[in-house]
Design a protein around this ligand. Structure first.
Ligand code: ADE
Length: 253
């Protein structure tokens, strides 16, 4: 049976996932709690990714080595960079670049040394499934967000985007920083702190990987405002609904 690794960036999100797993068992490895069980008939290992590239890479490696995960999915939040990528939208990654990788002049900027590439692609089939599940969830308006929440975060008619996600060990929270990222990586739709690291690990192990991120902020001077509340009231609901829809559409194998 396929084993699906679910890496969540947020406690609330993981708690919601665990509530859906009737038989989860905790296994501790590398100082992390891995939750092994089933969700909608699928064999699943769920874990908090932790924050930043190294922590997420360790978590991914343990999932692959110790738990023999053969499909990897990441859910969390990200800062929107692309024009039209708004708070409350969902970005499904088509590929990942480490925006803070720079071994120039030995290698081109952003190229990961000895890989001959800057961009690690998400698995196309898996990404298409997540994009479909995201669209179904957003259009069905089954998230039950209160009017007050929608107004506070100015979420209206949320959309699903697919494209480049960039990662680095920095929470981007100034207009100047996000503008600088747009200049060097104009195709980037969103910025976060883990995806490109997990993509590189999954590339090494030849395991399909895809990621879905809810846009929590615009990576600008306002990025930190009500961040935790957004995660609690909006993003964790999105993640649960999207993953649940994705698993419902997927045949257990
Ligand atoms: N995750 C969510 N928002 C982010 C931001 N602005 N920068 C980096 N990671 C993020």
């Amino acid at each position: 049976m396929a084993v699906i690794g679910i890496m969540s960036a947020m406690h609330e999100e993981l708690a919601a996932v665990l509530a859906e797993m009737p038989d989860e068992q905790r296994v501790v490895a590398a100082g992390r709690d891995f939750w092994v069980g089933h969700w909608q008939g699928h064999s699943v290992v769920a874990v908090l990714s932790r924050i930043g590239k190294v922590a997420a890479a360790t978590t991914a490696t343990v999932l692959l080595e110790r738990f023999q995960v053969d499909t990897m999915v990441f859910t969390g939040v990200a800062g929107g960079l692309g024009s039209g990528v708004r708070v409350g939208d969902v970005v499904v990654a088509s590929g990942f670049v480490q925006h803070d990788m720079d071994a120039s002049p030995l290698f081109a900027r952003h190229e990961v040394p000895l890989y001959g590439r800057a961009c690690f692609d998400a698995h196309a089939g898996l990404s298409a499934q997540l994009a479909k599940a995201s669209a179904q969830v957003l259009h069905a308006a089954e998230l039950h967000l209160s009017r007050e929440t929608l107004t506070q975060f100015q979420v209206s008619a949320p959309r699903v985007h697919q494209g480049l996600v960039i990662s680095g060990d920095r929470f981007v929270s100034t207009n100047a920083e996000s503008q600088a990222l747009r200049l060097v990586l104009p195709e980037a739709l969103a910025v976060e702190m883990e995806g490109a690291a997990v993509a590189q690990v999954c590339h090494d192990y030849q395991v399909p990987f895809a990621a879905v991120r809810t846009i929590s902020d615009r990576a600008d001077d306002m990025a930190h405002t009500d961040f935790n509340r957004f995660i609690r009231e909006v993003a964790s609901r999105y993640s649960l609904a999207i993953l649940s829809q994705w698993l419902a559409d997927r045949q257990p194998d």
